[in-house]
Design a protein around this ligand. Structure first.
Ligand SMILES: [Zn+2]
Ligand SMILES: [Zn+2]
Ligand SMILES: [Zn+2]
Length: 125
């Protein structure tokens, strides 16, 4: 399953559990609030094309302009300055050599729910 499918599956499973078990509701709420703080943060670089509009593969990035060159997916909380900043932090740029998304809290939640890990080049910190 892709990272996007994985994230959706974890969310769906939390919803399903919280509907079935009232006692799981608080657990689900706690997990969901953590997971809502960890969002996909795509990182782009310049590309060699001339893009004149934004479409599904093209983003408009400050300092770069229109680009389709997505280097990887990181996490908005784990991989940006001050957690939730606008720029990738140095630790991520230096140490996170492959995709950072879904990040560890998502993988932990998925593991707890027995959801198979997504297909990414996998790393553990
Ligand atoms: Zn391009
Ligand atoms: Zn994260
Ligand atoms: Zn990272």
């Amino acid at each position: 399953m892709t990272p996007d499918e994985y994230v959706q599956t974890v969310r769906d499973e939390i919803v399903r559990l919280s509907i079935q078990h009232t006692s799981a509701d608080q657990l689900g709420m706690a997990i969901t609030s953590i997971l809502n703080a960890h969002r996909e943060f795509p990182i782009y670089d310049e590309c060699d094309h001339e893009h004149d509009q934004i479409d599904t593969h093209v983003a408009d990035i400050e300092d770069i302009g229109l680009t389709c060159n997505k280097i990887k997916s990181a996490c908005s909380l784990c991989c940006t300055e001050d957690g939730g900043g606008d720029y990738q932090d140095e630790r991520c740029a230096d140490a996170h050599t492959s995709d950072c998304w879904p990040c560890q809290p998502w993988l932990d939640a998925g593991d707890a729910l027995s959801i198979p890990r997504p297909d990414t080049q996998h790393r553990r910190r």
